[in-house]
Design a binder for this molecule. Structure first.
Ligand code: DQA
Length: 149
């Protein structure tokens, strides 16, 4: 990778700001703030400049996806519950002009049936689920390879 850091946006959907106190048996004890630090540290070590954002607002997430499309920035996204039903998020993802990696802390297909469907996976470059906070580290590593191809 060149000496100029490659931007990557790491977008997080609803309720992920509650990590640390939210269902720790499912999502672990890492707080959202710790997750951001982990992503920034791992990303920088790999030559990225991560911009990590979280929103509980579907419209905001769609606006960020439009901006990412316009700027051709790769995106790592945990759409949280929007994963399972938001065709608006899916349509915005379909417009992206750089790779998209979908991440989940838990393994949704091992959980309740409504989580077994991802409307985002079909327009993502790839998906990583079930490794807790490490899902984000793995996504960053995968992105290195995807961008090198
Ligand atoms: C999640 C899984 C979703 O089913 C859930 O709605 C979330 C978090 C995860 O990271 O495991 O909010 O995306």
């Amino acid at each position: 990778m060149s000496s100029t850091s490659q931007p990557v946006w790491v977008l997080n959907g609803p309720n992920l700001n509650r990590l640390g106190s939210r269902e720790p048996d499912v999502y672990g004890n890492t707080s959202y703030e710790q997750l951001v630090d982990l992503i920034v540290d791992e990303g920088r070590a790999l030559g990225f400049e991560p911009d990590v954002r979280q929103t509980n607002d579907e419209a905001q997430l769609i606006e960020w996806l439009h901006d990412a499309a316009d700027q051709s920035v790769p995106v790592i996204m945990n759409p949280a519950a929007f994963t399972h039903y938001s065709y608006a998020i899916r349509d915005a993802c379909a417009m992206l002009t750089a790779p998209l990696i979908e991440v989940h802390l838990s393994n949704p297909v091992a959980r309740e049936e409504f989580r077994h469907t991802s409307v985002v996976s079909g327009v993502a470059t790839g998906s990583i689920s079930g490794f807790g906070a490490d899902s984000y580290r793995l996504a960053l590593r995968a992105l290195v390879g995807v961008l090198a191809d």
